[in-house]
Design a binder for this molecule. Structure first.
Ligand SMILES: [Zn+2]
Length: 259
């Protein structure tokens, strides 16, 4: 039987032909080590889950959203020395994004959201470059930062930490090793003060920063924390998709008085 109409990889031409899709969502992850206890596909499982769950909720609210098959490779230039971390350069990503957006443009789908699942990806500059040459309105979100994670976790962490581990314990518990097998996710900081304070930035050499590839302690993770956070995240993203689907691209701005 054909699957849900918001999941492009599961529907047939029969459904697609009869559906007036308004927004396409492109999950974009990475293939990389996540401490000892989470799989290499963590960012892909998370991004796909968030996209499909948000699309389901948006669809129930009347928005016609199509989740595209996710792109499984991210920018991992700082992890080239970790076995089977697969890097996709930003310039390659920009070419892929352009091809996807132009396909949608030719088919009359006017809105595209890149749903990012990996900290090393950043689509904003690609979108700035692509937008003037493409009739599709392109936007991007990082799923993990749509909602303030602090009330949900003791220490959310960055990579393979409590937030990500909790999310995976809900999404794919079959792929998560017992927490007793996880490293502590201890990360070294830069010695230079400005980097540490965050107002100067440089990419990190991952294997000099962490021993177990994790950045963030997963010890307090649980499926219950994961599902509570994911529920808040997918609800918020669904609201965004509904509003975006209804938005008039010729009339996107307004003056607001500050209250
Ligand atoms: Zn991750």
């Amino acid at each position: 039987m054909p699957g849900e109409p918001w999941l492009l990889s599961e529907v047939t031409w029969k459904t697609v032909r009869a559906t007036d899709y308004e927004v396409a969502v492109l999950p974009w992850g990475a293939t990389e080590a996540h401490n000892f206890h989470l799989p290499y596909g963590t960012d892909n499982h998370e991004g796909d889950y968030v996209a499909r769950e948000a699309a389901r909720r948006a669809w129930e609210a009347g928005a016609r959203v199509a989740v595209l098959p996710g792109i499984p490779f991210g920018v991992n230039t700082g992890q080239l020395d970790i076995r089977l971390c697969i890097n996709m350069n930003p310039s390659t990503q920009a070419a892929i994004l352009s091809d996807v957006a132009h396909s949608l443009e030719a088919q009359g789908i006017r809105k595209l959201v890149v749903l990012n699942g990996h900290g090393g990806n950043d689509f904003r500059q690609m979108i700035r470059e692509l937008q003037p040459a493409c009739g599709v309105f392109i936007s991007t979100i990082n799923w993990w930062s749509c909602v303030d994670s602090k009330p949900y976790f003791d220490e959310p962490g960055d990579h393979g930490g409590e937030l990500e581990t909790s999310a995976m314990m809900h999404i794919r518990p079959d792929l998560v090793l017992p927490l007793s097998e996880a490293g502590a996710g201890k990360a070294r900081t830069f010695k230079v003060t400005a980097f540490r304070e965050g107002w100067a930035w440089a990419p990190r050499e991952w294997t000099r920063v962490t021993e177990d590839t994790g950045v963030g302690n997963p010890a307090a993770a649980s499926a219950e924390r994961g599902v509570r956070f994911l529920d808040a995240v997918t609800g918020k993203i669904a609201g965004f998709l509904v509003e975006l689907a209804a938005a008039d691209l010729g009339d996107m701005y307004e003056l607001r008085t500050v209250e």
